[in-house]
Design a protein around this ligand. Sequence first.
Ligand SMILES: *Cc1c(COP(=O)(O)O)cnc(C)c1O
Length: 465
Amino acid sequence: MNEKLELPPAQMRELGYRVVDRIVDHLAGLNGKAVGAKGDPAALRPRLSEPPPRGGVPAEEIFSRLERDVLPYIMNICHPRFFAFVPGPSNFASVMADALASGFNVFNGSWLGGSGPAALELAVIDWFREWCGFPEQAGGLFVSGGSMANLTALAAARHARLNDRTAGAVLYYSDQTHSSIDRALRVIGFLPEQIRRLPAGGGFRLPLEALARAVAEDRRAGLRPFCVIANAGTTNTGAIDPLAETAAFCRAEDLWMHVDGAYGAAAMISGRGKKLLAGIELADSLSFDPHKWLFQPVECGCVLLREADLLKAAYRIMPEYLADVHRNVAELNPCDYGIQLTRGFRALKVWMSMQFFGLESFAAAVERGFALAERAEAKLRAMPCWEVITPAQMGIVTFARRGADHRFYARLHEAMLRDGYALATSTVLNGKTVLRLCTINPRTSDEDIERTLDWLDALAGLVSP
Ligand SMILES: *Cc1c(COP(=O)(O)O)cnc(C)c1O
């Protein structure tokens, strides 16, 4: 029994060092290991489903249990040859920042709860604001990820533009838009008939003419066009919607412009990203996902609003038990700007990793993501059995096996998982299944790209009909 749930300092250190050693071994050895493994539910779940022990279990046993039944069964999204979905090439400085934030158990919901952390969060948000070219009065907050960022922004837009009355209001976006937008709209009460999911135009971009037609038609029908959602890098192909033109259209039509930059907005720290994403600074709201292309461990998302006060207008509620928190207006309370009251100190990892490595290193790490995808594209163009479907764009290239149908990709996926050397996943473009590499891990070597494509080619030969 240990009713104080307390460990003596020596034992705390021992446990801590053990955890750090385990993490460092994992990260240092990653390159030589399989990308990951997927457990079979029928085998894995029974091994772990049991009641909690009545008394404590020795650390040795706990760790060997984790080593056996839990930790082997993950996809290492930090692995240099993980090219599936969107990789999460985290960094160790941020990992330690998460440990600190947890160790101090920072309550980052109010100025009173953590004024140092609140001030630091504001400072980091201000970096993001500057990178994205937003004006002084812009602001935002850290959230769990892009999905929450989209939800937080769209609910604020609904409040600002519709006073929360959604009847007849209509939203517009391309069919390349991330599913988290559909989910956010479902959560905040928009019905399918209020959503115009426009078939993407050339380059898988938002089709402006079709957008203008749809808005005009809806106005004629007595509906209330309300918001356009544009992508700063789609998850499928890295396509960037015409941001500046969309913004001009939104201004002219008095529509809210939300930009989903969960995949690509972090590229604003690089020279290339800044050029490609010109116009992002015109958005009314922006989602940004540091746990993707800003190399942070999950969870770390961010939402920015052109007018930070609109977040506050949408979210601030003052209950009597928080009166002590709200007396001084200079003391900013993060809980007034979003959904969470109790919230962790996510800004710390961004801040600490930026201090450790410096912005230049981060910018170079982003640039490398662009270059790696280009390298993959060049190699694919020289491989007779493959066809490039969309060129390298924002660190993503898509390609297809000549003559293969969708069943080929399912078999290839299984073969990749069995082998474990690398992982790519498929997506569907214009009704056709294609493979996709997302190359935003700065630790991926040129050789990793070359070898992965040769390996894929060999596997494809084996699984072909
Ligand atoms: C990943 C992604 C999201 C969702 O972000 P999460 O952090 O996974 O919640 C939204 N939009 C785009 C474009 C994304 O790539």
